[in-house]
Design a protein around this ligand. Structure first.
Ligand code: MSP
Length: 659
């Protein structure tokens, strides 16, 4: 029976739309899950959403809906969390929502078990609380008086609360971190020991009374379970722990591997194991803390507003291109700077140039030179062939070594060495020259092409966890699967040269990754992002009214008159100013300059009756005198200033006083 492999992503806060950083974590976990399946493991891959807590309650209130309606929309709604994972070809076997009934009931039982065994007790919470992170901190843990995780302001908090005896597990947690390879990469162990274990683990506040959107403590209903206790439990409730929705916990699916971002390593490598110790359950096999994708060196946080929409990127560049970019570019354990240029460059260099060219040249030549199919006869060349064959057959083990060490970027590096080697092999063998004399060179040409097809096949098997739709397309171009029943796609076959059937009918397909025009694509992205930015702005903004009062006599000193536009023209060398010649009822023309050209063309204003204040002292604008000011209404719409000249009924005679 196949060995079980259980792997999870963090469950996402549906407090906002997911961004490319969230996508990174899920794509990475999906790639590992697919890799394990390829190796023959029986894989269970869990993801989901973490839907309780004050932040969600607050956001729902702002949106004028219930918390459940709020999270439903983000999780299940169009372009929500589930849609995104479907689009990104995420192969999760299960999706848990912490608002699922079975999970909520199981969390209550978990809390009660820890209470019953004396690990949870009632006390008073005094300290600091970071609302966005939903984390409690002691004074000594703050950095410059702010939340050590996100750097934001913390609030004083004091209330009756339940506490978890985290301090009791300090030695066992230290041992777990220092003396096993439970937490990786190793640098994260040092962070945990230095920041949390060495200063002394304090008991953890695990209930709240100041809001209600959470799992109620069933034996003390004023309290809701701390959102992290609720959330961490998902990894086992989703298998059926303390509930009968699933049977997998007792069927040996736990323990599993938790893949998490670096800022939540503390919860996964200290609190979570301590909870499991308290429950008397096995500890996770592994916690891997990956780095962050940064934007301009800063966190791509939804709270800071500089978000990159994965929908937009996947739709524009393709799901596999995005998946590939995320895994190829950023070493998994470290932070990396995300940029649109980098994404496009990676697509052009690795996918269009290296992989795309190899596949299209190989399949095009095989189809062109052997339209009836590749013959079975071979003519190896001891000088030209062995290096390619050796590199391609050694690839699988190097790849596995990297993948087993949670280094997907290194695995891809190895695959691309072979792709580059195969491209070189085309140049070394110049198939187009061989094709000039098919009678003399036909067998050698078939051998060269077969070798290339084999190299493409091996690389495609190993690329499948990363870009599954693309490798499907490649396999169908190779024309193998019809006759081999998928055996050329297996993990075993990736270390064996000569798996493709000797006779092959190859058909070149569509270009896998057309080259992208960098400047054009960046300009398009900028335009889309600008539009998204504007769409998020409030529709209409009105300037706040002044509270300072003017006395009536002062007000009466302003002389407003109806004026008729006799002539209007643009002021030379100014793109804003229009020059108005106005009938103000005095018999002498009045000239006013007004910065309204952005909204009006001069000819549209001739004959209109406007309102002007006429007793302002004259002033010069662009060398011309303006004798007063035209009155207009202004407001901001979608971030843009809007202006309307005040126009009154044409029946009002020029010079009529407005009061
Ligand atoms: N709800 C908690 C997890 C509970 S798990 C029991 C949570 N949710 S989150 O939505 O804020 O983040 C989910 C994951 O996305 C985390 O692993 C986090 O590190 C990851 N990322 C969020 N922004 C990221 C980047 N900019 N880059 C990489 N990963 C990032 O935390």
């Amino acid at each position: 029976m196949a060995e079980k492999f259980y792997i999870t992503t963090p469950i996402y806060y549906p407090s906002d739309k997911l961004h490319i950083g969230h996508t990174y974590c899920t794509v990475a976990t999906d790639t590992i899950a697919r890799y394990k399946r390829l190796q023959g493991y029986d894989v269970m891959f869990l993801t989901g959403t973490d839907e309780h807590g004050q932040k969600i309650e607050d956001k729902a209130r702002e949106a004028g809906v219930t918390p459940k309606e709020f999270v439903d929309r983000i999780v299940e709604g169009p372009r929500g969390v589930k849609d995104l994972w479907k689009l990104m070809n995420i192969s999760n076997d299960r999706f848990i929502r912490t608002t699922d009934d079975y999970h909520e009931a199981a969390v209550q039982r978990i809390f009660k078990r820890m209470y019953d065994n004396g690990d949870i007790y009632k006390g008073t919470y005094k300290g600091k609380y970071c609302k966005p992170c939903e984390s409690f901190w002691t004074e000594s843990q703050l950095v410059d008086g702010k939340c050590p995780d996100c750097g934001r302001e913390v609030q004083d908090a004091e209330e009756e609360a339940y506490f978890f005896r985290l301090s009791k597990y300090a030695d066992r947690i230290r041992d777990l971190l220092e003396n096993t390879d439970f937490l990786e990469p190793r640098s994260r162990v040092n962070e945990m020991i230095h920041n949390f274990i060495d200063p002394g683990l304090e008991d953890l506040c695990v209930s709240r009374t100041s809001f209600t959107w959470g799992v109620p403590v069933d034996f003390d209903p004023g309290h809701v379970v701390y959102v992290w206790v609720d959330a961490l439990s998902n990894y086992i409730t989703a298998l059926g722990y303390e509930n009968d929705r699933y049977d997998d916990y007792k069927d040996g699916w736990w323990p599993g591997v938790n893949i998490v971002g670096k800022e939540i390593v503390r919860f996964h490598s200290i609190i979570w194991p301590a909870m499991l110790m308290s429950l008397g359950e096995p500890l996770p096999k592994k916690c891997f803390g990956h780095g962050w994708l940064l934007l301009d060196g800063g966190k791509m946080s939804k709270s800071k507003g500089n978000v990159v929409d994965p929908y937009l990127l996947a739709e524009k560049f393709g799901v596999d291109a995005l998946r590939f970019f995320l895994m190829r570019t950023f070493p998994f354990g470290s932070d990396g700077n995300f940029s649109n240029e980098l994404l496009i460059q990676t697509i052009n260099v690795d996918l269009a140039n290296d992989l795309g060219n190899l596949v299209s040249r190989t399949t095009a030549m095989a189809e062109k030179y052997f339209p009836e199919g590749l013959p079975a006869e071979r003519q190896p060349d001891d000088t030209l062939d062995p290096d390619l064959i050796a590199q391609a057959t050694a690839l699988r083990d190097k790849y596995a070594d990297a993948m087993d060490h949670y280094a997907p970027h290194k695995a891809l590096e190895e695959v691309f060495k072979v792709i580059q080697r195969a491209n070189k092999y085309i140049d070394e063998n110049a198939p187009w020259a061989l094709a000039k004399d098919m009678e003399a060179n036909g067998t050698r040409l078939a051998t060269v092409l077969y070798n290339l097809l084999e190299a493409v096949r091996i690389c495609s098997v190993l690329l499948t966890p990363f870009i599954p739709a693309t490798t499907d397309a490649i396999f169908s171009q190779l024309g193998a699967c019809g006759s081999c029943n998928g055996c050329c796609k297996t993990w075993e076959s990736a270390a064996h040269w000569g798996t493709l059937p000797a006779k092959l009918l190859v058909r070149k397909g569509e270009n896998l990754f057309p080259r992208i025009d960098v400047e054009k694509a960046i300009a398009e992205l900028d335009a889309i992002q600008e539009e998204a930015r504007r769409a998020a702005l409030p529709p209409i903004e009105i300037e706040p009214q002044l509270t300072e009062q003017v006395d009536f006599d002062t007000f009466c000193k302003s002389d407003f008159r109806a004026v008729k536009v006799k002539h209007c023209e643009a002021v030379k060398k100014s793109d804003k100013l229009l020059k108005f010649t106005l009938d103000d009822g005095t018999g002498t023309d009045r000239q006013i300059l007004s910065g309204v050209h952005h909204w009006y063309e001069p000819e549209d204003l001739i004959g209109k009756t406007l309102v002007a204040i006429v007793n302002l002292p004259p002033r010069k604008m662009m060398g011309q005198e303006s004798q007063g000011m035209l009155i207009s209404a202004v407001h901001t719409e979608k971030g843009e200033e809007q202006l309307h000249l005040l126009m009154v009924d044409d029946a009002i005679p020029a010079g009529a006083k407005l009061c």
